[in-house]
Design a protein around this ligand. Structure first.
Ligand code: MTE
Ligand code: MO
Length: 530
């Protein structure tokens, strides 16, 4: 009997400890986020630890995460961090019932890890970035210490056996302490939320009040014959809300356009330059349709989209600053773009200055850039995968060499140079669809930026390659829609597509992985005709 009841009381003591631990951890987190709201939102512990994890994740794992969780990869990471914290909090809480000093010290240790992560972030510029984690940990440790004390019998109460333990600790004292802690955490949480919303307001207002000038060189309208009306095909222009997003930012930078600056410096410049957004907007702007593609896109994958971009021609800006391409004796062969969150992307100077429409974009489909896509300014270089060209939230351009500097992804084993490979995708029918026998429209998109798409062919099972109908080409920098009328017969069928680019090269059948310079191979879809 005594055994059972002491087991039960041990269990309820453990629950008490777990509860204390969780409450202390919650306090720590909420206080840390509140202080981050005051110092710098991006210095919050979950953001900095998440960022540090992302940076240290091997490319294969990162590729797996993007593949498996898609654009939810960051949510999964944050939930993972919170789960680790919760489990540690429970363990520390239970442990602190017996050793409350050590338990509290354990909480402080987490604070030190958070502070170290904050200071090691590439966008950290001040020791103040350690403050959120430290402040949170101090208050969390205090909360755990007090709760653990209240959960124990007062020192002078006689403990005569396990039966009396549960009676000896001050239930009321513990509940009061827990209530006060919870209320404090809740108010800190509300205040923190308020502060971070207010911080973002300046950026939001600057975006809302931004009036995009009309382009000196507008894009011609997309030809009507460039847009097929097949249900299920990707629209020629991808709406902003549907445009894929790939980046390492756990907190999307919200930049106030009024304080934004772009610095250009490095080799071959007569002198460093700096531009405000206003200065950029007084220059002649160009408007172009450009299809952006991610190197992490699997064959048949979703990380591609086309938008109408408005911005400043980058080559003009560079030429004005004295930069020459290597082919004309320029000293720098790599242009490194740096974002406010410390991301670096390197493009060949030769490509940027060879006459293609490399731009510093301010507008996307008629609107200022959405925050997710780089407001206020991002770079785009047609023909290059995003990770070597499309810097969002750009704030610095440095002219250097490929020998002298490896940007973020190159340091992580991706290729230094990465022109986009010729690819095609079947949008409809979807994999494992069950279309009725008879005429079925197979359709999709094909792309080979800078070279253009000259031909698309479709193959049913092991049959001959058949020419698909092509939508009119918008430009060589955009994808091209295609369709093929198939007379479907009952049974299982595999549908395959391949494209030929403007130079006459046929898309290779050879399957490669996304690492190091983009996936290749043919896209196939299996369907069953009932
Ligand atoms: N600052 C910053 N810019 C970035 C990235 C990033 O992680 N940080 N990712 C790049 C990659 S890998 C791609 S494919 C494109 C994606 O742009 P999008 O999110 O607007 O589609 O942005 C590029 N620019
Ligand atoms: Mo990418």
């Amino acid at each position: 009997m005594a055994g059972v009841s002491s087991f039960r009381s041990t269990l309820s003591r453990a629950a008490l400890g777990a509860f204390a631990g969780l409450l202390a951890a919650l306090t720590a987190l909420v206080v840390a986020e509140l202080v981050a709201g005051l110092v710098r939102p991006a210095a919050g512990p979950v953001t900095v630890v998440g960022g540090a994890v992302i940076d240290r994740t091997p490319a294969m794992v990162k590729d797996f995460a993007i593949r498996t969780f898609g654009e939810n990869d960051k949510t999964v990471l944050q939930l993972g961090i919170l789960a680790v914290l919760a489990l540690s909090a429970i363990a520390l809480g239970v442990f602190s019932l017996r050793h409350r000093r050590v338990g509290a010290a354990g909480v402080l240790l987490f604070g030190i890890v958070g502070a170290a992560a904050a200071l090691s972030r590439p966008d950290s510029s001040s020791i103040g970035d350690a403050l959120p984690s430290i402040a949170g940990a101090v208050l969390g440790a205090l909360a755990l210490y007090v709760l653990a004390s209240k959960a124990n019998p007062a020192p002078d109460s006689a403990v005569t056996g396990s039966e009396t333990v549960s009676g000896a600790w001050s239930r009321r004292g513990f509940l009061t302490a827990a209530g006060v802690t919870a209320a404090a955490a809740a108010s800190a949480g509300v205040l923190g939320r308020f502060l971070s919303v207010r911080q973002g307001l300046g950026a939001v207002a600057s975006r809302e009040s931004l009036v995009l000038p009309s382009p000196a060189s507008p894009a011609p309208p997309v030809p009507v014959s460039g847009q097929l009306k097949v249900p299920g095909i990707s629209p020629f222009t991808t709406p902003d809300a549907d445009f894929y997003r790939v980046d390492t930012a756990l907190t999307v930078p919200e930049i106030d356009a009024g304080t934004w600056r772009l610095r250009i410096h490095g080799r071959g410049l007569t002198r460093p330059r700096a531009y405000t957004l206003e200065q950029l907007l007084t220059r002649p702007l160009i408007e172009r349709d450009i299809t952006l593609t991610c190197v992490s896109n699997e064959v048949g994958g979703p990380y591609i989209g086309t938008a109408r971009w408005l911005g400043v021609p980058l080559a003009d800006l560079l030429r004005e600053a004295g930069v020459r391409p290597p082919s004309q004796g320029g000293k720098a062969d790599q242009l490194v773009a740096r974002s406010v969150d410390g991301m670096t992307l390197g493009s060949p100077v030769e490509d940027v200055m060879d006459g293609r429409d490399a731009i510093l974009a301010v507008g996307m489909n008629g609107e200022p850039l959405p925050f997710d896509h780089g407001f206020p300014v991002r770079m785009l270089v047609p023909g290059l995968y995003g990770y070597v060209s499309a810097c969002k939230w750009i704030t610095e351009i440095e002219l250097t060499t490929f020998d002298a500097y490896d940007p973020y992804w190159v340091e992580r084993k991706w290729a230094q140079r990465a022109p986009i490979k010729t690819q095609s995708r079947i949008d409809t029918p979807k994999p494992f669809a069950r279309p009725a026998a008879g005429p079925v429209t197979i359709a999709g998109v094909a792309w080979a930026q800078r070279r253009g798409v000259a031909r698309v062919e479709v193959r049913i099972d092991d049959g001959p390659w058949q020419e698909a109908d092509l939508a009119a080409q918008d430009t060589v920098d955009t994808w091209r829609q295609w369709s093929y009328r198939w007379n479907a017969t009952p049974g299982g069928h595999s549908l395959t597509v391949r494209a030929t680019d403007g130079t006459g090269s046929v898309q290779t059948e050879q399957r490669t992985r996304t690492i190091p310079d983009g996936a290749s191979g043919w896209h196939s879809v299996f369907v069953t005709v009932p």
